[in-house]
Design a protein around this ligand. Sequence first.
Ligand SMILES: [Zn+2]
Length: 401
Amino acid sequence: MLTAITKNGKKLCLGNDYKKERLLSLRSKEDFFCPICGEGVLLKLGDHRIFHFAHKSGGTCREFYDHETIYHLNGKRQLYQWLIKQNIPAILEYFDKEIQQRPDILFTFNGKKYALEYQCSPIPEEIFSKRTKTYIENEYIPLWIIASSHLQLKRRNIDTLSNFQYLFLRSSLQGTLFIPSYCPEKQHFHLVESITPFSIKNAFTQHSFYIPDRLEITGLLSPKPQKRIYMPEWKTEMDRIIQNMTRYSDQGKKRFLLEIYNNHLNPFLLPPEIGLPVPHSILIQTSPVIWQTYLYLDLLSNKNPGDLITMQEMKQHLNKRVNRHDVVIRHLPQLSHLNPLLAVIEYLLYLIDLGVLSKKGENCFQVKQKIWIPHSNREREENMIRFNQKHGSLCKIINEN
Ligand SMILES: [Zn+2]
């Protein structure tokens, strides 16, 4: 840890710049105590490690603090200094007695209280959620930053993200969703943006890197990514999902395929209108091609031009599919305010652009023309070419605002 108090109750924060000589002299005449448990702590001033405090022995909070790695100590110290340089009031290792939680850094910005947690080791999802919930309930805005060492780029623009990494997904003030990370070794922020999942774990992503001097707090809280996905690349992944599904079938996939066949559809001959990327499909863990097929079966296939799709129907459809586990909602503790129905609405808005639907009043859609289902590979390919010619090869990603 980086903060201790002296016998007189004065705080010594090693997040600030101290010369080693000054600390050596302080150490020779002062005793230091842990601000949380009150036990004596040692001031460590080695040449190879970052200066820090360590508990003497035993004690209740020893586990909590003394397993911090150099990586973590360095990271939170650099993040603290980054805030201080911007004249943002910040407290390192602030302990909130009332909620018994200790964010790495507490800071206030634009009148709001932020609890910054710089997470370098995996923690169970329940603990992450509980801490996040407690912060929100106590009027903190949680700002979880994952250590860059946990992020690894898989392919050029495709990442495999685990459930743990998804916990860090947060919303900018404008509503764009991203994962913030920081690397104290390379000394840069690393933002994973425009995350558009096409399966449970794989997603199209974009990455931005900033050295701390080139990024202000507003840039971290509200990055402005450019979202681009090429339709042919996206459709390749959608096709792959279907191929894998017929190859390795678990219960859920079997149910999906059975339902498709029962409705006289062929999974390999789905139209281009099914399986499109929409910004908030990230709230749904199930692949877009699957949840949009279910949506087609429930809301679109039996309707004729002129028929309506109401908000009530959309909600019923989603509830039914979630209850049956056909559609799985992603667990995103920092985005508990977002309703997955958003993805459904965005998809229907996309279908307006494609000429399938039109808007009818505030909460209602009207069918303009039925989605045409191809009956052979040739028909499907021709249909796909027409679709790309008409709508361009760049996926339309609806403005996330
Ligand atoms: Zn302690």
